[in-house]
Write a protein that binds this ligand. Structure first.
Ligand SMILES: Nc1ncnc2c1ncn2[C@@H]1O[C@H](COP(=O)(O)OP(=O)(O)OP(=O)(O)O)[C@@H](O)[C@H]1O
Ligand SMILES: [Mg+2]
Length: 467
């Protein structure tokens, strides 16, 4: 398929040079137009979006720099090349700072010009392809079940795609419930290994004495209970991906063995000296601070560097509140479908509460809260704030007074009311609904507490207490 010709404007007051270059560029498939002065060039640029501008810097009247300004001001994508006189490299550098793609000094061979032109156009193509790719990727709010729209998560999705294309060892870190296992699966499912197995092993869930056999397999009689020869996870995951969860809990002896496997790409079954070649991509995960464990001497430094070839960090949910609405929507849809119901929606007030909470259990906890809220909504399509479990009213332990403050600002009255309501609910919970005692805990008059409750709840709380 032949491409349409590139439109090129050449600006030079030296008629002979301009005409020769124009003719030869036409021979090379460019659609060429000429301008003999800066004024003429600017007039042409005003009417037509050229792909390429080649201009002499020194022109009588309006000079080349002003032509470049006029071109780039209108067409940020135009490829501008400047022609400079001998010994005026500084001018060329200035032009490049101004946005020109490249320069060529007079006198030049036509081939040299062609070369400069070719690489400048290639550079531009890559640049716009990248921008396109980025915009494509940024439009994706999910990758294999991993949902998110915050800037950090969109960056993470990009990183996961890049990582998936490699076979490197990956270390995924993040607090509990941030989606480490989901991210590991996303890497696998986007990789060339996707038709092979993804195996997961939780290093903290298996007793130390058995873990080695689980990982590397064993031969019959290797230890008491080894009644038959067995393949380990590494062998089972051959050509696929092995997810080593909670890798920080491995004993020093096993850390040493794991290091060897990752370096040598071969294993030995327990009780056997025969080595077996394996091709497994390792993805490790931990919620511990491995760097600190290395500093404290509880995790091997060399293993840390081997695992941490590509670090993937999942931020806690409280640092990406922007993701909460899409996650809530995602879980409401998924969970309602599981129950055979139509999709439910969260009330804005409920959403505000969810966005204000600090989520120590991260996305897993959010999923649980949404699940319970659906149960408490008794089939209503709209989940209300009172359907949410009271855990979402507890303040963050370490930052009791630090309010969330989203970019778009907050509704001050609503926010303060929420805090008031949350404190009143807490004290009522503590006193099993006894308002006099609850008021005392809050250092309020009983009548004030009742008044506030009425206002905050639109009377519903007061009504309910009569039943
Ligand atoms: N970005 C997300 N989009 C959708 N679901 C998510 C996301 N992150 C986590 N989840 C869900 O939250 C739950 C916890 O995720 P996952 O098991 O991957 O977390 P984890 O980081 O491995 O937690 P832990 O450290 O406790 O093992 C899962 O049900 C998962 O599907
Ligand atoms: Mg996990």
């Amino acid at each position: 398929m032949s491409e349409p010709p590139k439109h090129l404007l050449i600006v030079d007051d030296e008629k002979a040079l301009r005409e020769v270059v124009a003719e030869r560029l036409s021979d090379h498939g460019f659609a060429v137009e000429q301008a003999a002065s800066g004024e003429e060039a600017i007039a042409r640029l005003a009417d037509f979006a050229f792909d390429v501008l080649i201009t002499d810097l020194r022109l009588p009247g309006i000079d080349g720099r002003q032509v470049i300004d006029a071109a780039l001001g209108r067409y940020p994508d135009i490829v501008a090349i400047v022609i400079t006189g001998y010994g005026t490299v500084k001018d060329a550098v200035d032009a490049i700072k101004q946005g020109a793609a490249d320069f060529i000094t007079k006198p030049f061979q036509f081939d040299a010009l062609l070369h400069v032109l070719g690489s400048a156009m290639e550079q531009r193509r890559l640049k716009s392809e990248n921008a396109y790719l980025r915009s494509q990727l940024q439009e994706r709010y999910r990758i294999d079940g991993l949902v998110g729209r915050s800037a950090v998560m969109r960056d993470l999705f990009q990183l996961l795609e890049i990582v998936a294309a490699t076979s490197s060892t990956v270390l995924i870190t993040g607090e509990t419930g941030t989606g480490k296992e989901l991210a590991a699966k996303a890497i696998h499912h986007n990789s060339a290994r996707k038709s092979q197995r993804f195996l997961a092993i939780n290093c903290s869930a298996i007793p130390e004495t058995l873990l080695e056999g689980e990982l590397f397999g064993h031969v019959r009689g290797a230890f008491t209970g080894a009644v038959a020869t067995r393949q380990g996870r590494f062998e089972q995951a051959h050509k696929g991906t092995l997810f080593l969860d909670e890798v920080a809990t491995m004993s020093p002896a096993l850390q040493a063995k794991l290091l060897r496997v990752i370096q040598e790409r071969e294993i030995e079954r327990v009780g056997d000296s025969h080595t077996i070649k394996i091709d497994v991509r390792v993805i490790a995960a931990t919620h511990s601070d491995l760097a600190r464990m290395v500093a404290e001497g509880t995790f091997r430094e060399d293993l840390y560097y081997r695992l941490n070839v590509i670090p993937v960090k999942l931020p806690p949910l409280r640092e990406r509140r922007d993701d909460i609405p899409v996650l809530v929507q995602h879980f409401l849809q998924k969970l309602s479908a599981d129950l055979g119901r139509g999709p439910a929606t969260m009330s804005q007030e409920g959403m505000r509460r969810l966005m204000a909470y600090h989520w120590p259990g991260n996305v897993r906890q959010l999923e649980n809260v949404v699940e319970r809220s659906i149960a408490f909504s008794h089939g209503r399509p709209h989940v209300e704030v009172q359907d949410l479990s009271s855990e979402v009213y507890s303040p963050a332990p370490d930052a009791p007074t630090e309010p969330a403050f989203p970019d778009e600002g907050i509704d001050f009255e609503q926010y303060v009311s929420n805090i008031e309501l949350s404190l009143i609910k807490k004290s009522l919970e503590r006193t099993k609904g006894n308002k006099r005692q609850a008021a005392k805990l809050l250092n309020l008059k009983r009548t004030t507490l009742i008044e506030k409750l009425k206002r905050l709840n639109g009377g519903s709380e007061a009504d309910r207490s009569h039943h």
